[in-house]
Design a protein around this ligand. Structure first.
Ligand code: F6P
Length: 324
């Protein structure tokens, strides 16, 4: 293998740049030609592919977002779109790919590999932490810390006014950000898509809590089965039926996706990026390079997207015990 390309795709995550840097520099170290594909699969289809040098990735290790840009491509879901992408890659003689992204990215990579056989290694780039085959995903730690900083600030004003705050964090299908920011932020409740939310229980507990605490923080993952933070707040308010109580909603939104990556995310991103190139050279073909128990592990895309990574049971227990 002499020429490889790297791209970022789907929701960006802090640390993607550190990962791109590691891929580019490892490739050059191994005497490969390396190309950057801009705007993910969209750029692969449109031929936005440029040769990268070591200096192309200078001064990006600390930056959030992605210098290669990102997109969620509809055209790549069509056989015609994938054919155009394949033609662009073969015209440049690209023999291997590194895909940095989440489950949508790897679903695309799997189909593309099955059709055209270009070896592709994935790096887990998503704030959601919802990929099987790695303990943590690139960007998760930064996103949790961003949410936590916001929760700390909200806690100050919640306490000052004796208010009940519903704070919505990202996570359409996964509650990892909610659980870790909830534990770290001392939330009274965390609502996640993985488990059924019992609003009657929440209301009952809030009534009991009121004897010892005057304000409360409830962290709601955006994809919770009871609804988003606004919906949950309205339901709880109605059930609690206490006109003396003041309810507020804060949606943290895309602020969680930006910012300088934490040290943990930069190191994880760098390890995954380096391992992806080494994996390609070692003959891995459709795997994600993740880190499990401190060790780099290569997991087939089918498992990364097909198997569910469960929330840590101990974390859920912690939430219950510490919120009394
Ligand atoms: O997958 C990452 C993520 O940030 C999710 O947590 C969130 O639900 C989604 O992306 C938002 O996507 P978009 O920026 O396209 O609205």
């Amino acid at each position: 293998m002499k020429k490889i390309a790297v791209f970022t795709s789907g929701g960006d995550s802090p640390g993607m740049n550190a990962c791109v840097r590691a891929v580019v520099r490892t490739a050059i170290f191994k005497e490969l030609e390396v190309y950057g594909i801009y705007r993910g699969y969209e750029g692969m289809i449109d031929g936005e592919i440029k040769r990268l040098q070591s200096h192309s990735v200078s001064n990006i290790v600390q930056r959030g977002g992605t210098v290669l840009k990102s997109a969620r491509s509809m055209e790549f879901k069509t056989p015609e779109g994938r054919k155009k992408a394949y033609d662009n890659l073969t015209a440049l003689g690209i023999e291997g790919l590194v895909a940095i992204g989440g489950d949508g990215t790897f679903t695309g990579a799997k189909v593309f590999f099955e059709e055209y056989g270009i070896p592709t290694i994935g790096c887990p780039g998503t704030i959601d932490n919802d990929l099987y085959g790695t303990d943590y995903t690139i960007g998760f730690d930064t996103a949790v810390n961003t949410a936590l900083e916001a929760i700390d600030k909200i806690r100050d004003t919640a306490a000052a006014h004796d208010r009940i705050f519903f704070i919505e964090v990202m996570g359409r299908d996964a509650g990892f950000i909610a659980v870790e920011s909830g534990i770290g932020g001392g939330a009274e409740f965390v609502m996640v898509p993985e488990s059924k939310t019992d609003l009657d229980h929440v209301v009952k507990s809030l009534k009991n809590l009121r004897k010892s605490k005057s304000s409360s923080i409830i962290v709601v993952a955006e994809g919770d089965d009871a609804g988003n933070a606004q919906t949950v707040m309205e339901k709880v308010k109605q059930k609690l039926n206490d006109p003396t109580k003041d309810f507020k909603v804060t949606t943290l939104g895309h602020i969680q996706r930006g910012g300088n990556p934490t040290a943990r995310d930069r190191v994880l991103a760098s390890r995954c990026g380096m391992s992806a190139v080494e994996g390609l050279l070692a003959g891995h073909q459709f795997h994600m390079a993740g880190v499990v128990n401190q060790e780099v592990v290569f997991t087939p895309f089918a498992d990364c997207i097909g198997k569910t990574k469960s929330l840590i049971e101990d974390h859920l227990k912690l939430m219950k015990i510490l919120s009394i």
